[in-house]
Ligand binder design. Structure first.
Ligand code: FPP
Length: 255
């Protein structure tokens, strides 16, 4: 079989990128950015210092993903379960977008990045929602990498709501149980306009999904690292991409 080894050589990170195969870059990469709290505790800092350092890492990894041709980068930034954390920590996390977007939006626009959010808006404080919606509006016509924040997101609620909508359609006679297909379910999820992730990365050594995209990750490749999210570098990101490119995806069939 013919193999392609088109080299990606840019001005930055040329060495790290040089052995990434341009024809087999994951279209959608999803990241569970874990380990912020432990990163901070290790340094004798409050947990929120870890979230702040984690926020600082977002643009770097977005640019790294964009540089190799990733089309969608979804970052799990706040789960529906994270509301259970102490009030101060939740408040801090809800303030991060107010710091992140004014700081980074110009460069993201320059890079043609489109901002999106997957999650429920209703519980998010107005000051947070406003900056997120502004960033979405400002970048809506960009057609480069989609930087999708999973924010106030939880997969079980997402599936439950999809089921409710589908049952409603059945009650109204618009759909029969027999007609119900995987496509119907996908179209009723919050991610209906995004492809399923090809690669899932979780940092910090935890090996679980934490209610993240349970339906969408059915055939994704999983990659784990011990590194805490604030220490996750471009080079580690490219390592995950190289590993992805060595995998053979069979989707339950044979090669
Ligand atoms: C999990 O680490 C991380 C989070 C709950 C928050 C992640 C958010 C960011 C990295 C910032 C996102 C940026 C924007 C602009 C929204 P943890 O606190 O569970 O870490 P631990 O397991 O070590 O305690």
């Amino acid at each position: 079989m013919k193999r392609f080894f088109k080299k990606l050589v840019g001005a930055n990170n040329a060495e790290e990128k040089s052995d990434i195969t341009a024809t087999n870059v994951p279209h959608h990469v999803a990241v569970i950015m874990d380990g912020n709290g432990r990163w901070a505790q290790q340094r004798g800092l409050p947990r929120v210092a870890g979230h702040h350092a984690g926020m600082k890492n977002v643009k770097k990894i977005t640019v790294a993903a964009n540089d190799i041709g990733v089309k969608v980068l979804t970052l799990y930034a706040f789960s529906t379960e994270n509301w259970k954390r102490p009030r101060d920590e939740v408040d801090f996390l809800m303030k991060l977008p107010q710091e992140f977007f004014p700081l980074e939006i110009e460069e993201l626009i320059e890079k043609n990045v489109q901002i999106r959010m997957t999650g429920w808006k209703e519980d998010i404080p107005p000051h947070t929602l406003r900056v997120v919606e502004e960033a979405i509006a400002k970048t809506q016509h960009n057609d480069g990498l989609i930087l999708n924040f999973a924010f106030n997101y939880g997969s079980r609620r997402e599936m439950l709501e999809a089921m409710r909508q589908l049952f409603q359609e059945m009650n109204e006679g618009k759909l029969t149980p027999k007609e119900l297909s995987e496509e119907h379910v996908s179209k009723h999820l919050l991610t209906s306009d995004l492809p399923d992730p090809d690669l899932l990365i979780r940092t910090s050594g935890e090996l679980r999904l934490s209610n993240f995209m349970l339906w969408q990750l059915a055939y994704s490749e999983f990659w784990f690292t011990q590194k805490y999210w604030p220490d996750f570098t471009e080079e580690i990101f490219y390592e995950s991409i190289r590993e992805y490119q060595r995998r053979v995806r069979r989707y339950g069939g044979l090669k």
